[in-house]
Ligand binder design. Structure first.
Ligand code: COA
Length: 178
């Protein structure tokens, strides 16, 4: 368990996968700026077991309620030491600073536990909330990936954001003894 002030990140277990698949399959949770994708529980399990797929953590409030997920995966190959993160919150819990806190925890965790050079994130240019989260955590906008996602019947550009290890400097929420 990675503990913050208002939220904790808990590594997802197999028994959480039905909830994860339910969120993934609901456009109102996964969001209007993510690909419309439907996955079965079996596919969610396969994803969970693959070392190259998204590793999701549950975002939980202090009362234990599950409000979303934040995940990470290696860009291309672990040897490249570059990671990417992605996140979603249930609509009723947005705009309360929870994702910013969760992303800060995840960045601390990844730089403390992996020999990663950079962590990146991609977002639809119209997704202002996600861009604000990234900027508050210290990510910088690198540029536009042209026609990067096929979403809702069209190819869309994405902003590419990143934070380098030297920009992170030290943990904001976790400690080196966490
Ligand atoms: C993106 C998302 C995770 C942000 O989570 P969150 O917990 O609401 O984020 P926070 O509360 O930590 O911060 C959001 C910031 O964006 C702002 N914001 C929220 N919705 C906004 C909107 N529609 N337009 C502009 N700004 C918005 C908030 O005011 C806040 O900024 P502030 O601190 O300057 O006030 C959430 O909106 C979500 O789950 N969206 C659907 C899935 C998604 O898009 N995931 C990201 C894909 S890249």
């Amino acid at each position: 368990m990675l503990e913050g002030k208002n939220v904790n990140l808990r590594v997802m277990e197999k028994e959480d996968l039905p909830l994860f698949a339910e969120w993934f399959n609901k456009p109102e949770v996964f969001g209007e700026y993510n690909p419309l994708r439907q996955i079965s529980k079996t596919e969610a399990e396969k994803m969970f077991e693959s070392p190259l797929e998204l590793k999701p953590f549950l975002i939980e409030k202090k009362d234990g309620s599950k409000i979303g997920f934040i995940g990470h995966f290696y860009v291309l190959h672990p040897a490249g030491r570059q990671l990417e993160i992605g996140y979603s919150l249930v609509p009723s819990e947005r705009g309360k600073g929870y994702c910013t806190e969760a992303a800060n925890i995840m960045v601390d965790y990844l730089f403390l536990s992996r020999d990663a050079i950079r962590i990146q994130a991609q977002t639809d240019p119209r997704n202002v909330a996600s861009q604000k989260v990234l900027e508050k955590v210290g990510f910088k906008k690198e540029g536009i990936l042209r026609k990067s996602f096929f979403m809702r019947g069209e190819w869309r550009d994405a902003y590419l954001y990143s934070i380098l290890r030297e920009e992170w400097k030290e943990p904001k929420i976790l400690t080196k003894t966490t």
